[in-house]
Ligand binder design. Sequence first.
Ligand code: MG
Length: 218
Amino acid sequence: MFGAFFFDLDGTLFDSMAHHAQAWEEVMTRHGLSFSAHDCYVNEGRTGQDVIHEAIWRKEHREATEEEIWRIYREKTEAFRQKGETGPIAGASDVLAYLQSKSQLWIVTGSGQQTLFDQLDGVFPGVFTRERMITAYDVVKGKPDPEPYIRAWERSGLKKEDCCVVENAPLGIISGKAAGLYAVAINTGVLDDDLLWKAGADQVFKSMADFLKWLQEQ
Ligand code: MG
Protein backbone atom coordinates (compact mmCIF):
# COMPACT_ATOMS: atom_id res chain seq x y z
CA MET A 1 0.00 0.00 0.00
CA PHE A 2 1.20 3.52 -0.79
CA GLY A 3 2.09 5.81 2.11
CA ALA A 4 0.42 8.80 0.48
CA PHE A 5 -2.26 9.44 -2.10
CA PHE A 6 -2.31 12.76 -3.94
CA PHE A 7 -5.87 13.39 -5.10
CA ASP A 8 -6.79 15.82 -7.82
CA LEU A 9 -10.02 17.64 -6.95
CA ASP A 10 -12.17 18.59 -9.98
CA GLY A 11 -13.47 15.52 -11.75
CA THR A 12 -11.62 13.17 -9.37
CA LEU A 13 -13.26 13.86 -5.98
CA PHE A 14 -15.79 16.53 -6.97
CA ASP A 15 -18.30 16.05 -9.76
CA SER A 16 -17.64 19.60 -10.90
CA MET A 17 -16.32 19.27 -14.43
CA ALA A 18 -19.68 19.72 -16.15
CA HIS A 19 -20.13 23.03 -14.32
CA HIS A 20 -16.61 24.17 -15.22
CA ALA A 21 -17.11 23.20 -18.88
CA GLN A 22 -20.45 25.03 -19.10
CA ALA A 23 -19.05 28.12 -17.36
CA TRP A 24 -16.02 28.30 -19.68
CA GLU A 25 -18.12 27.79 -22.80
CA GLU A 26 -20.62 30.50 -21.79
CA VAL A 27 -18.00 33.10 -20.93
CA MET A 28 -15.77 32.40 -23.94
CA THR A 29 -18.77 32.62 -26.28
CA ARG A 30 -19.73 35.95 -24.69
CA HIS A 31 -16.25 37.24 -25.61
CA GLY A 32 -16.43 35.90 -29.18
CA LEU A 33 -13.89 33.17 -28.41
CA SER A 34 -14.22 29.56 -29.41
CA PHE A 35 -13.76 27.12 -26.54
CA SER A 36 -16.14 24.18 -26.32
CA ALA A 37 -17.03 22.02 -23.34
CA HIS A 38 -14.93 19.24 -24.94
CA ASP A 39 -11.95 21.65 -25.14
CA CYS A 40 -12.44 22.20 -21.44
CA TYR A 41 -12.08 18.48 -20.67
CA VAL A 42 -8.99 18.12 -22.88
CA ASN A 43 -7.37 21.18 -21.23
CA GLU A 44 -8.42 20.28 -17.70
CA GLY A 45 -5.63 20.97 -15.25
CA ARG A 46 -4.29 24.07 -16.97
CA THR A 47 -4.62 27.33 -15.11
CA GLY A 48 -7.43 29.71 -16.10
CA GLN A 49 -4.79 32.14 -17.34
CA ASP A 50 -3.32 29.54 -19.75
CA VAL A 51 -6.78 28.61 -21.03
CA ILE A 52 -7.61 32.27 -21.79
CA HIS A 53 -4.21 32.80 -23.45
CA GLU A 54 -4.81 29.82 -25.73
CA ALA A 55 -8.34 30.86 -26.72
CA ILE A 56 -7.21 34.38 -27.63
CA TRP A 57 -4.13 33.09 -29.43
CA ARG A 58 -6.25 30.69 -31.48
CA LYS A 59 -8.58 33.45 -32.64
CA GLU A 60 -6.35 36.49 -32.92
CA HIS A 61 -2.76 35.16 -32.92
CA ARG A 62 -1.70 37.52 -30.16
CA GLU A 63 -0.99 37.38 -26.44
CA ALA A 64 -3.88 38.05 -24.08
CA THR A 65 -3.55 41.23 -22.04
CA GLU A 66 -3.49 41.09 -18.23
CA GLU A 67 -6.75 43.03 -18.20
CA GLU A 68 -8.46 40.49 -20.51
CA ILE A 69 -7.24 37.58 -18.42
CA TRP A 70 -8.43 39.20 -15.20
CA ARG A 71 -11.86 40.11 -16.67
CA ILE A 72 -12.59 36.79 -18.38
CA TYR A 73 -11.39 34.74 -15.42
CA ARG A 74 -13.52 36.79 -13.02
CA GLU A 75 -16.57 36.20 -15.22
CA LYS A 76 -15.82 32.49 -15.42
CA THR A 77 -15.49 32.26 -11.63
CA GLU A 78 -18.87 33.99 -11.25
CA ALA A 79 -20.52 31.76 -13.90
CA PHE A 80 -19.17 28.68 -12.08
CA ARG A 81 -20.42 29.94 -8.72
CA GLN A 82 -23.90 30.55 -10.12
CA LYS A 83 -24.18 26.89 -11.14
CA GLY A 84 -24.43 25.99 -7.50
CA GLU A 85 -22.72 23.40 -5.36
CA THR A 86 -21.32 20.22 -6.79
CA GLY A 87 -21.40 16.85 -5.08
CA PRO A 88 -18.82 14.12 -4.75
CA ILE A 89 -17.88 11.74 -7.56
CA ALA A 90 -19.73 8.44 -7.01
CA GLY A 91 -17.72 6.14 -4.77
CA ALA A 92 -15.13 8.76 -3.78
CA SER A 93 -16.22 8.77 -0.12
CA ASP A 94 -15.80 4.97 0.06
CA VAL A 95 -12.25 5.18 -1.32
CA LEU A 96 -11.31 7.94 1.17
CA ALA A 97 -12.88 6.04 4.09
CA TYR A 98 -10.88 2.94 3.14
CA LEU A 99 -7.59 4.85 2.87
CA GLN A 100 -7.97 7.33 5.72
CA SER A 101 -6.47 5.15 8.45
CA LYS A 102 -3.76 3.71 6.19
CA SER A 103 -2.14 6.56 4.26
CA GLN A 104 -1.62 10.32 4.08
CA LEU A 105 -4.35 11.89 1.95
CA TRP A 106 -3.53 15.06 0.02
CA ILE A 107 -5.35 17.38 -2.37
CA VAL A 108 -3.30 18.56 -5.37
CA THR A 109 -5.38 20.90 -7.51
CA GLY A 110 -4.82 23.66 -10.02
CA SER A 111 -8.07 25.17 -8.87
CA GLY A 112 -8.28 28.43 -7.01
CA GLN A 113 -12.08 28.30 -6.74
CA GLN A 114 -12.95 29.33 -3.21
CA THR A 115 -16.30 27.57 -3.49
CA LEU A 116 -14.57 24.18 -3.82
CA PHE A 117 -12.40 24.64 -0.74
CA ASP A 118 -15.42 25.67 1.25
CA GLN A 119 -17.18 22.47 0.24
CA LEU A 120 -14.31 20.07 0.83
CA ASP A 121 -14.80 19.54 4.54
CA GLY A 122 -18.57 19.51 4.17
CA VAL A 123 -18.53 16.74 1.57
CA PHE A 124 -15.65 14.70 3.04
CA PRO A 125 -15.77 15.64 6.75
CA GLY A 126 -12.49 15.36 8.65
CA VAL A 127 -10.59 13.70 5.78
CA PHE A 128 -8.40 16.56 4.56
CA THR A 129 -6.51 19.34 6.32
CA ARG A 130 -5.42 22.69 4.89
CA GLU A 131 -1.78 21.62 5.51
CA ARG A 132 -2.20 18.71 3.13
CA MET A 133 -3.41 20.73 0.18
CA ILE A 134 -1.43 22.02 -2.80
CA THR A 135 -3.52 24.58 -4.68
CA ALA A 136 -3.08 27.16 -7.44
CA TYR A 137 -1.70 29.49 -4.76
CA ASP A 138 1.15 27.14 -3.77
CA VAL A 139 2.89 26.76 -7.14
CA VAL A 140 4.50 28.86 -9.84
CA LYS A 141 3.66 26.45 -12.66
CA GLY A 142 0.45 24.43 -12.77
CA LYS A 143 -0.24 21.03 -14.32
CA PRO A 144 0.94 19.62 -16.73
CA ASP A 145 4.18 20.90 -15.17
CA PRO A 146 5.33 18.44 -12.45
CA GLU A 147 5.61 21.22 -9.83
CA PRO A 148 2.28 20.64 -8.00
CA TYR A 149 2.98 16.93 -7.46
CA ILE A 150 6.65 17.57 -6.61
CA ARG A 151 5.52 20.02 -3.90
CA ALA A 152 3.16 17.39 -2.43
CA TRP A 153 5.87 14.70 -2.55
CA GLU A 154 8.43 16.99 -0.84
CA ARG A 155 6.01 17.87 1.93
CA SER A 156 4.92 14.24 2.45
CA GLY A 157 8.41 13.27 3.64
CA LEU A 158 8.08 9.93 1.83
CA LYS A 159 10.00 8.24 -0.98
CA LYS A 160 8.63 8.74 -4.48
CA GLU A 161 7.74 5.06 -4.82
CA ASP A 162 5.50 5.39 -1.74
CA CYS A 163 3.32 8.08 -3.35
CA CYS A 164 0.39 7.60 -5.71
CA VAL A 165 -1.27 10.27 -7.86
CA VAL A 166 -5.03 9.94 -8.46
CA GLU A 167 -6.29 11.95 -11.44
CA ASN A 168 -9.09 12.11 -14.00
CA ALA A 169 -7.39 14.26 -16.66
CA PRO A 170 -4.63 13.55 -19.19
CA LEU A 171 -2.67 16.71 -18.25
CA GLY A 172 -2.85 15.73 -14.59
CA ILE A 173 -1.44 12.29 -15.38
CA ILE A 174 1.35 13.92 -17.41
CA SER A 175 2.13 16.15 -14.40
CA GLY A 176 2.22 13.21 -11.97
CA LYS A 177 4.40 11.05 -14.23
CA ALA A 178 6.78 13.97 -14.89
CA ALA A 179 7.14 14.24 -11.09
CA GLY A 180 8.30 10.61 -11.12
CA LEU A 181 5.27 9.20 -9.30
CA TYR A 182 2.90 6.27 -9.80
CA ALA A 183 -0.29 7.64 -11.40
CA VAL A 184 -3.78 6.18 -11.41
CA ALA A 185 -6.50 7.57 -13.68
CA ILE A 186 -10.20 7.40 -12.86
CA ASN A 187 -12.02 8.20 -16.09
CA THR A 188 -15.05 10.11 -14.79
CA GLY A 189 -15.59 12.35 -17.82
CA VAL A 190 -16.22 12.33 -21.55
CA LEU A 191 -12.75 11.47 -22.88
CA ASP A 192 -11.61 8.09 -24.25
CA ASP A 193 -9.51 5.91 -21.90
CA ASP A 194 -6.89 5.96 -24.63
CA LEU A 195 -6.00 9.60 -23.88
CA LEU A 196 -5.26 8.65 -20.26
CA TRP A 197 -3.11 5.64 -21.23
CA LYS A 198 -1.24 7.81 -23.77
CA ALA A 199 -0.63 10.41 -21.05
CA GLY A 200 1.28 7.68 -19.19
CA ALA A 201 -1.23 6.40 -16.63
CA ASP A 202 -0.07 3.26 -14.77
CA GLN A 203 -3.70 2.20 -14.26
CA VAL A 204 -6.98 3.43 -15.78
CA PHE A 205 -10.25 2.70 -13.96
CA LYS A 206 -13.82 3.35 -15.10
CA SER A 207 -15.01 4.29 -11.63
CA MET A 208 -14.02 4.85 -8.01
CA ALA A 209 -15.64 1.48 -7.24
CA ASP A 210 -13.17 -0.26 -9.59
CA PHE A 211 -10.30 1.72 -8.02
CA LEU A 212 -11.41 0.59 -4.53
CA LYS A 213 -11.47 -3.06 -5.63
CA TRP A 214 -7.91 -2.69 -6.91
CA LEU A 215 -6.80 -1.02 -3.65
CA GLN A 216 -8.26 -3.86 -1.62
CA GLU A 217 -6.18 -6.33 -3.64
CA GLN A 218 -2.90 -4.49 -2.94
MG1 MG B 1 -9.32 16.83 -12.53
